[in-house]
Design a protein around this ligand. Structure first.
Ligand SMILES: *Cc1c(COP(=O)(O)O)cnc(C)c1O
Length: 458
């Protein structure tokens, strides 16, 4: 137990708050008093344990630290210097300014979400996207839901409940985050019929498995792994031709939802949504926030009757898209309609950046840092997000290694300090170097990155 003198060394709540010299109205009184009370209570506990009373500066710092923590959102913007363009842990696709503004407007105002402005009668939220989906993908109709996992579940539920769905064994995959095709199939009430082998499935395998109970053939793009060598899978147009003969549907989960061909930028081609639509698939499912570069969403596009059944299914209500995402998706699709996706959609800008431009930026930042520990480094960036596994893009990074004499902050501590910033900077550690890949950094953020490194390395 400490003695009374020690306790009397602590200021009152009011005196402690006055010592902070905060501007009037900077913090709500409620928070100020709470922070001061907590700091003083902690100080009293310390004194009771026999510690000396904290000095005025330490107490004030404690209060300010608490206030800062309470006013910093847990979810906040970071600078992605990982070189992974669609980083699942960093929120996948950042939005274009147009999509961001559309989401803000929809979120902070009433809107005609379910109102037909022409008649003044009730409308459907699904009507807003239909013309754009038709134009951009070529599909007869389409609907957007909460995400692609939901889209696949909904399409299977609406088109195949109580019936069989045939899938190639090589496509009964796990996408990540617990999304496994056999499990989703069970949830939907459809029965999975696997055909072929892990590496080779032929049209005749599907054909032999069709029974009067078959509702659909399901194709799943194995987005996050790649089989090479002795492999064979069936083209979607052949699946459609077989399904048409048998009077059943084809459901195609293309995953990433590429509307532009990544092959334009030296990457392997992805299944294009438009190709599946053109092949005559009943329901093509894809994500809104992977290669489409929009908000989290799942799109199902395809034949009018299939989409109508999907729209009327009760799960469509449970999985419906919210108004802000709908607005962001509309704005994003409009950029594709205008042919501006590669200049406006951040993930396509990141894919399209030239290695020369990235080298120049990396050299500029490294030079401006003026530290013998920093240099420009040629790297390989990836698309990520379960898209284009194994494919890389030539890129450049600012790399910070260990000092020749071993002095200064360690590479691990540097990475930690960068993560602790108000706007954290996330890089990757490779061979005792912190690598900050600039392909995923907007050029406007280079000065912020530079200032953060300079402050920590100084
Ligand atoms: C990513 C992916 C999903 C899941 O999409 P979400 O939008 O994350 O729900 C489903 N299927 C495939 C093939 C995918 O690549």
């Amino acid at each position: 137990m400490g003695d009374n003198r020690d306790f009397r060394a602590l200021p009152s709540v009011d005196r402690l708050l006055q010592s902070l010299k905060l501007a009037e109205g900077e913090w709500p009184r409620l928070l100020l008093v709470e922070a001061a009370r907590r700091s003083l209570a902690a100080a009293r506990d310390e004194i009771e344990r026999g510690q000396p009373p904290p000095d005025a500066v330490a107490l004030a710092d404690e209060v300010l630290g608490m206030l800062r923590q309470w006013s910093t959102p847990s979810l906040r913007p970071v600078i992605n210097a990982t070189g992974v363009i669609l980083h699942t842990n960093l929120g996948r696709a950042p939005l274009s300014p147009a999509a961001g503004q559309a989401m803000l407007r929809a979120a902070t105002s009433y809107s005609n979400l379910e109102l037909d402005l022409e008649s003044g009668e009730r409308g459907s939220r699904h009507d807003h996207l239909r013309p754009l989906i038709q134009e951009v993908t070529g599909a007869e109709d389409g609907i957007a839901v909460n995400n692609n996992a939901g889209a696949v579940l909904l399409a299977l539920s609406a088109l195949a409940v109580g019936q069989e769905v045939i899938v190639s064994r090589g496509q009964a995959v796990e996408i990540g985050g617990g999304f496994r095709i056999p499990d989703v199939m069970r949830q939907s009430g459809a029965q999975l019929v696997e055909v072929g082998t892990t590496n080779r499935t032929y049209l005749t395998d599907y054909e032999a498995a069709i029974t009067p109970r078959t509702a659909a053939l399901l194709r799943v793009h194995p987005s996050n792994f790649r089989l090479d060598g002795f492999v064979h899978s069936v083209e979607v147009r052949d699946l459609v031709e077989l399904a048409n003969r048998a009077g059943i549907s084809v459901i195609d989960d293309v995953g990433s939802g590429a509307l532009l061909d990544p092959a334009r930028f030296g990457l392997r081609d992805e299944p294009l949504v438009q190709d599946s639509v053109r092949a005559g698939v009943s329901a093509v499912c894809f994500s809104g926030d992977k290669l489409l570069g929009g908000p989290q969403a799942g799109l199902i596009v395809g034949k009018r009757d299939a989409i109508e059944r999907i729209r009327r299914h009760p799960l469509a209500r449970a999985l419906r898209i919210d108004k802000a995402s709908l607005a962001g998706l509309e704005a994003t699709l409009r950029l594709y309609q205008r042919g501006e996706a590669t200049t406006q959609v951040p993930i396509w800008k990141a894919i399209a950046r030239s290695a020369d431009e990235l080298e120049r930026r990396a050299r500029d930042v490294a030079r401006s840092l003026g530290s013998s520990r920093a240099s420009a480094l040629a790297t390989r960036a990836t698309v990520g997000g379960g898209s284009l596994p194994g494919e890389t893009l030539a890129s450049w990074a600012v790399a910070v290694g260990v000092a020749a004499d071993g002095s200064g902050i360690s590479v691990a501590a540097l990475a930690r300090r960068l993560r602790g910033l108000d706007r954290p900077v996330i890089g990757r550690i490779e061979q005792d170097r912190l690598v900050l890949d600039l392909r995923t950094v907007e050029p406007e953020d280079d000065p912020t990155l530079l200032a953060a490194l300079r402050a920590i390395l100084a």
